[in-house]
Design a protein around this ligand. Structure first.
Ligand SMILES: Nc1ncnc2c1ncn2[C@@H]1O[C@H](COP(=O)(O)OP(=O)(O)OP(=O)(O)O)[C@@H](O)[C@H]1O
Length: 355
């Protein structure tokens, strides 16, 4: 693997505040990496450090093999794409695209040729004479990306680029950005707080919390094998259910506490009496006849979108359940719920690590 971006032992302090803690991260050439995490976890700080908009306090940052710690932003040869587009309002699309080339001294005809070529890739050819105010949100976003592309940077850095757009356009643009990334053979780092965006766009997802990397890996590996309870709860929508539990006395079962104890044979050894948190995804639970089901529980809320039905149980803790299509059940009824024991995720209560 060729690392296009490599961080080793990177720390960032804002005064007394430790915003990035010992970050080791290797971003492969040609990959699409998403940085996700809740507000304040440090993902923007990390991205801005790559761009040189923040300096790192300790550690090493390399881009294409060269140490970048002290290199100013304009010499790093990376392009940042923001949610606010940052287009020049008094310039046409073409002028917005050619500006960075012109200030670097490229002759006008050559710069216009480059703009025309990029505009063809991004579907802006018919809009080159327009001003930003004459464009839709999606078109402005495309201009912002084109302006990055025209410089042939070593990496694209996206900072929540779609958060100003409405839901339908976001879904469209995430496909467009990913397709563009593939066509250009680019290396992209993409910051988002939206785990669906991260899961659908990226080859590699890096989950951050409070300045540390909790887990990194392929999207479905994080979904299937979250390293800890935090990642388990963050990846997946609706979020994973967490149920207090204990290892059963037979050494191969767990006893779930849903108001009443419910023993489930998991088929692998579990230390008897060990305190656990058991995770179970809403989409891994199915309805079953109550007399034959693993769990028999009352339903508190039923919500249907037509395509799917969302149930919330009247248990403690409550469980979220997603059923394909119509559930055929109503609030107040008692239903049977089934799941495959292999779909349970076991976490240690104290460390919150996966067992
Ligand atoms: N210039 C600064 N001075 C002091 N603290 C800062 C500064 N910039 C960011 N921070 C703090 O560092 C932490 C990480 O900020 P950062 O912007 O990287 O978070 P984030 O994960 O991108 O969050 P969001 O999704 O809300 O943008 C936050 O607690 C923030 O308050």
């Amino acid at each position: 693997m060729i690392a296009q971006i490599e961080l080793t032992g990177v720390n960032k302090h804002y005064g007394n505040y430790h915003a990035l803690k010992d970050i080791d991260l290797s971003i492969e050439k040609g990959s699409f990496t998403a940085l996700v995490g809740p507000s304040g976890c440090g993902k923007s700080t990390l991205l801005r450090s790559l761009a040189g908009l923040e300096s790192i306090s300790t550690g090493t940052l390399k881009i294409a093999g060269d140490v970048m710690n002290k290199v100013p932003p304009r010499k790093r040869d990376v392009a940042m794409v923001f949610q606010s587009y940052a287009l020049y309002p008094h310039m046409t699309v073409e002028e917005n695209l050619t500006y960075s080339l012109r200030v670097r001294g490229m002759p006008k005809t050559e710069a216009r040729k480059a703009a025309a070529e990029v505009a063809r890739t991004t579907g802006l050819s018919h809009l080159l004479d327009r001003y930003p105010r004459e464009l839709s949100g999606g078109q402005r976003q495309r201009v912002a990306m084109s302006r990055a592309i025209i410089r042939h940077p070593k990496a694209f850095l996206f900072d929540e680029p779609l958060s100003n757009l409405d839901a339908a356009l976001r879904v469209h643009m995430r496909k467009e950005i990913r397709a563009l990334h593939d066509r250009l053979g680019a290396t992209s780092v993409y910051v988002t707080h939206d785990q669906i965006e991260a899961m659908t766009m990226a080859d590699r997802v890096v989950v951050m919390r409070a300045g540390i990397i909790e887990q990194q890996g392929r999207p479905l590996d994080l979904y299937d094998k979250p390293a800890n309870k935090f990642v388990a709860g963050f990846i997946g929508s609706p979020a994973m259910n967490f149920i207090p539990a204990q290892g059963g006395q037979d050494g191969r079962s767990v006893v779930l506490d849903l108001g009443q104890p419910q023993s489930v044979d998991v088929g692998y050894p579990v230390q008897p009496g060990r305190e656990l948190t058991v995770g179970l995804r809403p989409e891994h639970i199915t309805l079953a006849p109550p007399d034959k089901a693993m769990l028999k529980v009352p339903v508190a809320v039923v919500e249907s979108t037509g395509a799917a039905t969302y149930l919330t149980t009247a248990t403690t803790p409550e469980l979220a359940v997603v059923i394909n299509g119509r559930g055929g059940t109503a609030a107040g009824e008692t239903v049977g719920l089934d799941f495959e024991p292999a779909q349970l995720h076991l976490f240690d209560v104290k460390t919150e690590r996966r067992i």
